[in-house]
Design a binder for this molecule. Structure first.
Ligand code: ATP
Length: 342
């Protein structure tokens, strides 16, 4: 039995480095290394939702893919049974691919166009549980379709006959049919209309509660993960900038990067929205091939000081962790300065 206090997944010093030499490179030409994930640490408890946010290129998808062995990584991603998932052979990884499922950003592209909805949803079940009878599989498919809001008579239709939101429901049914313990959702709503996004997020939240699933929910935007996350991890250029309970992170963001991301989230109250100041993220995202020395965020930070170029800040704290030499709310003067140089 799982001890409720034991993490389902314990990630330590996870790194992913790509060699991006072009196809025409000679075997002896020097490697061109790009570190997409640079030493990420977090715990995920059973049944918990961890939101992961950050700009495009911050390493969120690579981190997710590393956890299920889709890209080579180093470090630890220790499953609750003590196994380090990093570096497992594909054969050994198969055992965990039932427990860890993934939902992707582009719902239509992630579904096989030549298979019916019934076949698509059944596929992982048949792969991981080859002993099940046809009737059992069909029963589980229908049950899952019902849970995600698809109609029984849609079982023989093809993906192109469905809207983006419905395709994402098919993707969710396919991921959940094997009763996983963890579902990694990589920007599952980014490709959907705003009106549909909330429906899909609410469906995931409902299923998460009912089935006691743990979720890793990746998004660009802090507003998307706000309601679904227990904890939120903010990534920048392959590193964790801040990690805290969702409520604490939204009420008291301590890293200047988190404050900038949050300042861009629209506030429903028009008066507050008019009064708020957006903290600009000046300049370009640096290349992960040549990250800044010290704190990787310092080149765009409203509070950067000389030490930030010299020393990399550790991710410090107990419940609310921040990787910053000077964590805390930016002052009005710092925000003014950031606005004036942007
Ligand atoms: N297979 C790959 N080969 C080389 N570089 C890669 C590969 N996959 C990702 N990268 C690089 O790694 C860095 C992180 O990319 P990643 O897609 O993980 O970021 P992300 O935060 O998920 O961005 P997005 O929100 O746009 O998906 C980027 O600089 C990207 O170009």
């Amino acid at each position: 039995m799982t001890n409720a206090q034991e993490p389902l997944l314990r990630v330590r010093d996870l790194k992913v480095t790509f060699d991006i030499r072009g196809a025409g490179a000679m075997p002896w030409s020097p490697p061109r290394l790009l570190q997409a994930v640079s030493g990420v640490d977090f715990n995920l408890m059973p049944g918990q939702t961890l939101g992961i946010v950050g700009e495009s290129g911050s390493g969120k998808s690579t981190l997710a893919r590393a956890l299920i062995g889709l890209v080579p990584a180093t470090g630890e991603a220790r499953w609750q049974d003590g196994t380090n998932l990093i570096g497992l052979s594909p054969r050994k990884m198969m055992k965990y691919r039932n427990d860890i499922q993934m939902i992707f950003q582009d719902p239509l592209a992630s579904l096989n166009p030549r298979m019916t909805v019934g076949q698509i949803i059944a596929e992982p079940l048949v792969t991981h549980h080859p002993g099940l009878s046809r009737d059992e599989v069909r029963g589980r498919v229908k049950e899952m379709m019902d849970r995600v809001g698809l109609l029984p008579n849609q079982i023989n239709r093809y993906p192109h006959e469905f809207s983006g939101g419905q395709c994402q429901r098919i993707g969710i049914a396919r991921a959940l049919i094997v009763r996983p313990k963890l579902v990694i959702c990589d920007e599952p709503v980014s490709a959907l209309d705003v009106s549909i996004q909330a429906q899909v997020i609410n469906l995931l939240a409902e299923l998460q509660r009912d089935l006691g699933l743990a979720l890793i929910f990746i998004a660009h935007d802090l507003s998307v993960v706000k309601h679904i996350s227990d904890r939120v991890l903010v990534m920048y250029l392959g590193r964790v900038m801040e990690l805290a309970e969702a409520e604490a992170l939204y009420a008291d963001p301590r890293h200047p990067y988190t404050q900038a991301l949050l300042s861009a989230v629209p506030i429903p109250d028009p008066a507050l929205e008019r009064a708020k100041r957006i903290i600009p993220l000046g300049g370009e995202l640096p290349s992960p091939m040549k990250p800044p020395s010290g704190c990787v965020f310092r080149t765009r930070c409203a509070r950067a000081a000389p030490i930030c170029a010299d020393e990399r800040p550790e991710l410090l704290g107990v419940e609310h962790l921040t990787a910053c030499h000077f964590p805390g709310k930016l002052t009005d003067e710092e925000i003014e300065r950031a606005i004036s140089v942007a």
